[in-house]
Design a protein around this ligand. Structure first.
Ligand code: A2P
Length: 340
């Protein structure tokens, strides 16, 4: 009989945690016992896993020696506190927050891009899951990077509110209804109205004028590709979409690559589906392709008419699945297959 594992999901009542539980079941992850964890606020709440009702535990009093793997998605400060506790208890933490991503001894992994880095989990028993926007960008660009090299990436993101969590999903729904009903619109999660609007501000501002979200894409790309030279220039925008992030990506390759060659490479790439026809709905969108799906969808593949080595792409993916929960579980799958 193949080996089974005891697994904890921290943030089990949240948007990503719920998706983790769903995907563990869909993927038939070899689980012996699942422990859903959240804060004391959720104590007594329940979640459904494989048709079974499981009661949510308070992480504060949870004994991490009971599990071999823990998937964390409850915010950076929660990971800062509990990941070292879990790791010391002998549990391997796959952390979806940004807290450990820049630590040199913590692997930052996208299974389609740098699966071999998983081996470095042994350093601290922690593996970081990258930012949602970085994941879908690099899944799409890795096949191009390997063949033609990439010197520069210009990117504008169109990020759905589910990336912020449950409260933001509720805020967009409420503001949409209030706005269409002629009532005053109030904002609690975002700095201004998100319904029928665009907000060019995700996470805090840095002294260089970029936001933390944008700098995550810069630093994480360099770490994952192990390429300190690659130039990344992002603008991250929150849009009034519930699920699915989109990205307009403009790259400069080191060797000339035609749009046709890029399309061929992407058609064979793991985790990628190309939808690229010059017709109505010949391209992917968050609602029609990405939401609820596991793949990264790529369309609008074309040569940049303003730059000899330039290529353009439109990339969409479900930010909760491939951008967070699914990527973490794919890391766990490699971990149990190759290391445990
Ligand atoms: P809780 O519902 O008990 O606060 P989302 O990103 O969708 O808002 O979800 C956040 C998840 O992280 C929830 O499951 C939430 O649980 C959990 N969480 C937030 N703060 C803490 C904390 N201090 N300790 C444990 N879990 C937390």
């Amino acid at each position: 009989m193949s080996k089974k594992f005891d697994v904890a999901v921290l943030g089990a009542t949240g948007t990503v945690g719920q998706a983790m539980i769903e995907i563990l079941s869909e993927e038939k992850f070899p689980i012996n016992r699942l422990y859903p964890l959240a804060s004391h606020r959720s104590k007594g709440e329940s979640v459904i896993f494989n048709d079974e009702t499981l009661v949510v535990d308070d992480v504060e009093t949870f004994d991490f020696t009971k599990v071999q793997i823990a998937l964390f998605s409850a915010g950076g400060s929660v990971s800062a506190k509990y990941a070292p506790i879990a790791a010391r208890a002998g549990c391997i933490v796959i952390d979806n927050t940004s807290h450990f991503r820049n630590d040199d001894d913590i692997p930052l992994v996208i299974p389609e891009v740098n699966p071999d880095d998983i081996q470095y989990y042994k350093n601290r028993n922690i593996i970081s899951n990258p930012n949602c926007s970085t994941i879908q960008m690099l899944v799409a660009l890795k096949p191009i990077y390997d063949v033609a090299g990439i010197s520069r990436i210009n990117i504008a993101t169109y990020q759905s509110v589910s990336g912020t969590g449950k409260a933001a999903i509720e805020e967009l729904a409420r503001q949409t209804i209030d706005s269409l009903s002629g009532r005053d619109v109030t904002s609690e999660v975002y700095p201004m109205q998100i319904a029928f609007n665009l907000i060019p501000h995700i996470d805090a501002f840095e002294p260089n004028g970029y936001t933390k979200e944008e700098m995550k894409m810069v630093n994480e790309t360099r770490k994952i590709l192990n390429d300190k030279e690659i130039k990344v220039n992002p603008t991250a925008v929150r849009v009034p979409v519930f699920f699915g992030h989109a990205e307009a990506i403009h790259i400069e390759t080191k060797k000339k690559l035609s749009a046709h060659e890029a399309k061929e490479l992407l058609s064979k790439a793991p985790g990628v589906i190309v939808k690229d026809k010059l017709e109505n709905h010949g391209y992917p969108s968050p609602v029609t392709e990405a939401s609820g799906k596991n793949a990264v969808f790529v369309g609008r593949i074309r040569e940049d008419i303003s730059h000899e080595f330039g290529l353009n792409f439109w990339v969409v993916a479900d930010n909760i699945r491939k951008g967070a929960a699914l990527n973490s579980i794919q890391i766990a799958q490699i971990l149990v297959r190759d290391y445990l």
